[in-house]
Design a protein around this ligand. Structure first.
Ligand code: DC
Length: 250
């Protein structure tokens, strides 16, 4: 049996990171952690308790009262729990999406979440997605993926998710929210979103979910064997994209 590895998947908002991380973890029988859900749960707590983001003491005190865990549901998908309450639906609402980036830019919030995330990966056999997984949480991950996609495609995917949940939304609102989150996430002082030097970049604009999973599974196999350079893995991606890209999946 090959040793379990850590797969870190980072990228901008709504690139499909969680979708593929979830599929991959299931395929490998690994743990899946959506680190963004943790920052969303903290944001929900801060909103409910009117925490002033400028007040460092209040932020630190609030963090002591926040316990986040994940539980697998009957549908086989993990749900996020905040202090033992299932908040999976609540944390996906636009109100949270609009507040989560300023909250996750706060140093005490990052310190608390990164500590928990590192504990979750102690035994490896984990797929975690987020913004700083390959750079800060698991800098020694055996496989680091940096996902990108065209902004309009990302907005369209997110819009579909809102509509499927019955939340009315228009494309421009989603597009603006994504652009603003990308701006804050990549310019903040504390572990800003950036591609780790040894990450493999995949633009999934023209891939469907199955193709993306297939490609990343190939990279996992290469990472498990441990003998392929970053260049070889990136070449595998470029070849796959040449053969499988469909023109604009909108
Ligand atoms: O993946 P998501 O869109 O649900 O993440 C929500 C926010 O959480 C995102 O805008 C930035 C923040 N985040 C972060 O700062 N670090 C992570 N590792 C994951 C998410």
């Amino acid at each position: 049996m090959p040793k379990p590895i850590i797969v870190a998947i980072d990228g901008f908002s709504s690139c499909g990171k969680s979708t593929v991380a979830k599929q991959l973890a299931k395929q490998l029988s690994y743990i899946f952690i959506d680190s963004g859900a943790m920052y969303r749960a903290v944001t929900l707590y801060f909103i409910r308790h009117n925490i002033d983001l400028q007040n460092n003491e209040a932020v630190e005190a609030a963090l002591n009262h926040i316990h986040i865990h994940f539980e697998y549901q009957a549908d086989g998908l993990p749900a996020t729990f905040l202090n033992n309450e299932n908040v999976e639906a609540a944390i996906r609402q636009m109100e949270i999406s609009q507040m989560v980036s300023p909250v996750s830019a706060l140093k005490p919030v990052r310190i608390a979440m990164v500590k928990q995330q590192q504990r979750m990966g102690e035994k490896k056999g984990i797929v975690m997605d987020g913004r700083d997984i390959g750079t800060t949480v698991f800098p020694h991950a055996e496989l680091k993926i940096f996902l990108t996609a065209h902004p309009l495609i990302r907005a369209q995917r997110r819009l579909l998710e809102y509509r499927q949940k019955g939340e009315e939304m228009d494309l421009d609102t989603v597009l603006q929210n994504l652009a603003e989150r990308d701006r804050i996430d990549s310019t903040r002082a504390e572990s800003p979103l950036r591609k780790a030097e040894d990450a493999i970049e995949i633009d999934n604009s023209n891939l469907d979910r199955d193709q993306q999973l297939h490609l990343i599974s190939e990279l996992v196999e290469m990472a498990k064997e441990g003998q392929f350079s970053q260049g070889r893995k990136q070449l595998a991606v470029e070849r796959y994209l040449c053969v499988h890209s469909k023109k604009f999946n909108l």
